[in-house]
Ligand binder design. Structure first.
Ligand code: GLP
Length: 257
């Protein structure tokens, strides 16, 4: 696990965008796993800038989003499909047919989730997965107690998650209580993963995920077993890491070799 600590949110976002750009330039039909939430917004803005100013093209890129609220129409302003269209897809040259966000209105959920997994496989798996982290340690919507081998399925949201995400809705009763999410096992199958976290309010859970035991109570801790994970943090999110200085030293050393 490579832990990169940047000065602030802006630097964190730019660092992540640099990696995404590099991977796209290496493989034009990159299969990119995407996340929602406020954390990756800066990354998406930077990718849009790179598209407009540096000719970065997404024409052949395929995307798979981690999750979607169950019961929300794709046109609902708080749906993750709406979020992705508004914050990224509509501002770059991606073919919308190449973008996948779980369908929050799927009827036969079991069958639909299997098909989502099959679709990812059809493209040869996810090359690079971008992740944020929930304040209860979730990745995607894999709440505490999720099997570390889980696949795409419907999940009941934790009370904490509903409270956290209520800031985007008129009131807490409007927040969906279920979501369709890639499983921890699905996420871990990605060839490479970038986890982003910013702000003091994430510092405790980031320390648990990176330096604590691997546990289904903090599903992000499963990233410790993946061979190619880059954790990009700002100083605030990194503030409770015991080995901060060592991680910084490693980054400086890597630059030398
Ligand atoms: C939601 C999403 C996660 C995201 C998390 C954190 O629950 N399902 O993918 O990582 O929120 O969101 P934020 O980045 O806004 O803190």
């Amino acid at each position: 696990m490579e832990v990169i600590i940047k000065k602030n949110y802006d630097e964190m976002s730019k660092e992540a965008a640099k990696v995404v750009k590099k991977r796209i330039l290496k493989k034009l039909n990159l299969v990119l796993g995407l996340a929602t939430g406020s954390t990756p917004l800066g990354l998406y803005q930077e990718l849009v800038r790179m598209h407009k100013e540096e000719d970065l093209s997404f024409k052949k890129v395929k995307t798979f989003n981690l999750d979607e609220y169950y019961g929300l129409d794709p046109d609902h302003p708080q749906s993750y499909r709406y979020f992705m269209n508004a914050n990224l897809f509509s501002q770059i040259d991606i073919d919308l047919a190449n973008t996948h966000v779980p369908d929050g209105l799927a009827k036969d959920i079991g069958k639909y989730c299997l098909e989502y997994e099959e679709e990812i496989e059809k493209y040869g798996g996810i090359d690079l997965q971008v992740l944020g982290i929930g304040s209860d340690g979730h990745i995607g919507f894999n709440e505490p107690g999720s099997s570390l081998g889980s696949r795409t399925r419907i999940k009941t949201l934790n009370e904490q998650t509903v409270a956290d995400n209520s800031r985007f809705f008129k009131n807490i009763d409007e927040v969906p209580k279920y979501a369709i999410t890639m499983g921890v096992g699905t996420i871990i199958d990605a060839k490479e993963i970038i986890l982003l976290a910013s702000g003091k309010n994430k510092s405790r859970v980031v320390a648990q995920a990176i330096e604590g035991p691997v546990t289904s109570q903090i599903t992000a801790s499963m990233l410790q077993v993946h061979p190619k994970v880059m954790v990009i943090l700002d100083e605030d999110a990194a503030s409770l890491l015991k080995k901060r200085d060592y991680y910084k030293f490693v980054v400086e050393s890597v630059e030398k070799f």
